[in-house]
Design a protein around this ligand. Structure first.
Ligand code: MG
Length: 131
């Protein structure tokens, strides 16, 4: 499983990374510290899932998701990771083009549910390879 995380707070990246390593020790994780860097990385690399903060410098999550869909035309699952997951923002996040969202502080069970939902096939395949 190859995962890209876009997040400007080093502590939040660290927490997400640690949780993913617990859930999927084999996962490959790349990180971008703002939306602009994430956009550049997504232009050149393929991922199975993208975890994206909303409030970021240079390019925020809303602008980034628009570019991912309209310019890069990528179909990878894009999950918003956001501190303000109140009702109105959830709708705004989904309307903007995100497939789903996780609220901060991130709960490991919620993260597991999301990763299993969008990357289940991949995990089954890697299990087969191990056997
Ligand atoms: Mg942020």
């Amino acid at each position: 499983m190859k995962i890209l995380i876009a997040e400007d707070e080093p502590f939040n990246i660290m927490v997400l990374e640690e949780m993913i390593k617990i859930l999927y020790p084999q996962a490959v994780i790349d990180k971008a510290e703002d939306g602009k860097i994430a956009y550049e990385i997504l232009q050149k690399n393929k991922y199975d899932i993208f975890l994206c903060d909303i409030n970021m410098p240079n390019m925020d999550g809303y602008e980034l998701i628009k570019k991912i869909k309209n310019e890069l035309k990528l179909s990878l699952p894009c999950i918003a990771v956001t501190a303000f997951a109140v009702q109105g923002d959830k709708e705004k996040i989904l309307l903007a083009g995100f497939d789903d969202y996780i609220s901060k502080p991130v709960d490991i069970e919620q993260l597991k549910t999301i990763l299993n939902k969008y990357c289940a096939d991949l995990e089954e395949k890697s299990d087969e390879n191990i056997q």
